[in-house]
Design a protein around this ligand. Structure first.
Ligand code: ZN
Ligand code: FE
Length: 246
């Protein structure tokens, strides 16, 4: 099994779309295409044709490109759109509905579907265990977590506890460049954390230079993410409310 080729495509003001290519099978998958055009261009620049779209949740900045990519893919045999069964009514372009513990495939690379409700009620993540990669949509960000639009702090805490089971090397592919704002908030709730202070400084210089700060890793998040480190749902809820008000 050859390694997946994973490309970051910045779109809109702060979204990242992930283009995932399996060189063995030539399958190419897109996670959460907010828009179509830059994604189609990034694929064609590499000589890839998009065969699959995987959505993590129904928000338009994660599904807005589905229809146009599917239309374009008719030129090369089509593409299949996979997403959360619990949100199929809000993602009319879905071909395949998946739920927690289902397995999805890109070539011979297997990903397990995780139910991670809270940002939206049916939000899912895709975990490639053998590849050490997880696509988390808007559930976790570098030093942050998603807003609780359709769920509770208890649910988000349960999601964080599940992320805690992953090993440090697991790469975390989130859907937004929120890192600087998250880091500046994180130091206010965890002022004694030296790793966090150091990471804030690194992120400030990366962003000043226009560089992206994701993917991140479970190890980095375990050391610095106040939501992943929260000892209880109540504490997670408390800091989430503070961040919402910030
Ligand atoms: Zn969202
Ligand atoms: Fe989003």
């Amino acid at each position: 099994m050859s390694a997946l080729d994973i490309v970051r495509i910045p779109v809109l003001s702060d979204n990242y779309v992930w283009l995932v290519h399996d060189p063995e099978s030539n399958a190419t998958m897109v996670v959460d295409p907010a828009v179509a055009e830059p994604v189609l261009e990034a694929a064609s620049a590499r000589g890839w044709t998009i065969t699959d779209i995987w959505n993590t949740h129904w928000h338009p900045d994660h599904t807005g490109g589905n229809a146009a990519i599917k239309e374009a893919a008719k030129a090369w045999g089509g593409c299949t759109i996979t997403g959360p069964a619990a949100e199929f009514e809000r993602i009319p372009t879905l071909d395949i509905q998946v739920r927690g513990d289902d397995t999805v495939k890109l070539g011979s690379h297997l990903a397990s579907v995780w139910n991670v409700p809270a940002h939206t009620a049916g939000h899912i993540a895709y975990h490639f265990a053998d590849d050490g990669a997880i696509f988390v949509g808007d559930t976790m960000f570098a030093m942050g977590c998603g807003r609780l639009f359709e769920g509770t702090a208890e649910q988000m805490f349960a999601n964080m506890q599940r992320f805690q089971t992953l090993d440090d090397a697991t790469r975390v592919y989130c859907a937004h460049e929120y890192t600087l704002s998250n880091a500046r908030f994180a130091v206010t709730v965890d002022p004694g954390n030296a790793a966090l202070a150091e990471r804030l400084a690194a992120v400030e210089s990366a962003r000043a230079a226009g560089e992206p700060t994701v993917p991140t890793s479970i190890g980095a998040e375990r050391a610095t993410n106040p939501f992943l480190r929260a000892p209880s749902a109540a504490e997670l809820g408390r800091i989430r409310a503070l961040k919402d008000a910030a």
